[in-house]
Design a protein around this ligand. Structure first.
Ligand SMILES: [Zn+2]
Length: 75
């Protein structure tokens, strides 16, 4: 079960709650018992996968880069 980061709007305390992704349980602050908490999106662990691009530099069609030199595309 994934862990989610929550932050209390009342006292500012951050804490983690484990629950299913499809569930939104009633969560209250473990420190001050306030229910004014909001989910904090985690920024760790998933960064660094959108950079690069060397694999997307291919031409949109094999014909554009001379790939049809054998007449495979029928042009
Ligand atoms: Zn609190």
């Amino acid at each position: 079960m994934p862990l989610y980061d929550y932050k209390c709007e009342s006292c500012g305390k951050g804490f983690e709650v484990s629950h299913r992704m499809s569930e939104t349980p009633k969560i209250s602050c473990p420190d001050c018992s306030s229910d004014q908490v909001r989910k904090v999106l985690s920024t760790g662990g998933v960064m660094g996968t959108t950079t690069g691009g060397s694999t997307t530099d291919l031409p949109p069609s094999p014909c554009m880069g001379g790939g049809c030199a054998g007449g495979m595309c029928g042009l």
